[in-house]
Design a protein around this ligand. Structure first.
Ligand code: ADP
Ligand code: MG
Length: 276
């Protein structure tokens, strides 16, 4: 076999994963930008079957970390292994088969329809046998994200919240094992926030790994198996929200006094700014 030909022309397709398998390992990531340390020795492991919420104040480094996990940003030090291989060792198509990214904001200058935008999620699979499923996968993503009503409209005529759901549908259509979602609920009303986090849980239940940046700590506590709290470039706490979300830690991290109460029925920690 012509090895080089194989590498150039035929992407290595992902192996099947089982719940609990490690999808991604980031070790001691250091990122410096503009002379400032944006990530300082950050480590994170993502397994199939789990939702990890990344929380922390503005500027803590959440989007930068997501970029490094995605392989879009190369850290100055440290390593990201995606499916057991240094992330830079995959071609862009191979990377896209294994991890899908929902950026914090999505803008398009060309008036693509929403259906076209969602179908773009299938790009990594073109030329593979999975193209048979393109239509069904796109249809499912449209249904899951409840965007059928505006599938035919130009993406850039939608409201921020509608756009966010179409962008999520595109990310789902990519069918990568690892989903990296940067504030997918920021522009959404309550119903659609719940929808998006429910989708994250369903994806995890179907064997994917999900890392989701959230500002709403209550949402994080309710839906994430684990939370990682980022503060000034470092992960300062990680674990189940019921253990991590303490008033002391969150008051220090957010530089604003908060109170934490377990929800009377569910026990999920509710984080409320202290008001006297
Ligand atoms: P978060 O997503 O947690 O709000 P970011 O990861 O976007 O934070 O940014 C973390 C810090 O890094 C911020 O202070 C931001 O200003 C800074 N930063 C991000 N990108 C750059 C860059 N390209 N050059 C210099 N500083 C940057
Ligand atoms: Mg951000």
């Amino acid at each position: 076999m012509n090895l080089l030909g194989g590498l150039v022309h035929r992407p290595r397709q992902p192996a099947a994963t089982n719940p609990g398998d490690i999808l991604l390992t980031a070790t001691d990531l250091v990122v410096e930008l503009g002379g400032r340390r944006i990530l300082d020795e950050v480590s994170l492991t993502v397994r199939a079957g789990e939702v990890i919420a990344l929380v922390g104040p503005n500027g803590a480094g959440k989007s930068t970390l997501l970029g490094a996990l995605a392989g879009d940003l190369v850290p100055g030090r440290g390593q990201v292994l995606l499916a057991d291989r240094p992330i830079g060792g995959w071609t862009p198509v191979e990377r896209a088969m294994r991890r899908a990214v929902l950026p914090q904001s999505v803008a398009l200058s060309f008036p693509f329809t929403c259906a076209e935008v969602i179908a773009m999620g299938r790009t990594p699979w073109s030329g593979t046998s999975q193209t048979d499923q393109d239509e069904a996968v796109v249809r499912q993503a449209v249904t899951d994200c409840q965007v059928a009503d505006f599938a035919g409209r130009a993406f850039n005529t939608l409201s921020g919240g509608e756009r966010a759901r179409v962008a999520l549908a595109k990310t789902l259509a990519q069918q990568a094992d690892l989903l990296l979602l940067d504030e997918p609920t920021a522009a959404l009303d309550i119903r659609h926030q719940e929808l998006v986090l429910r989708i994250a849980r369903e994806q995890a239940a179907a064997g994917k790994g999900v890392v989701v940046v959230l500002h709403d700590l209550e949402l994080a506590g309710a839906y994430a198996h684990r939370v990682a709290v980022l503060d000034r470039s470092r992960v300062v706490a990680e674990g189940p929200a019921a253990e991590v979300f303490t008033a002391d830690l969150l008051s220090a991290v957010y530089q604003h006094e908060v109170e934490v109460f377990p929800h009377p029925r569910t026990g999920v920690p509710m984080v409320i700014p202290r008001r006297d």
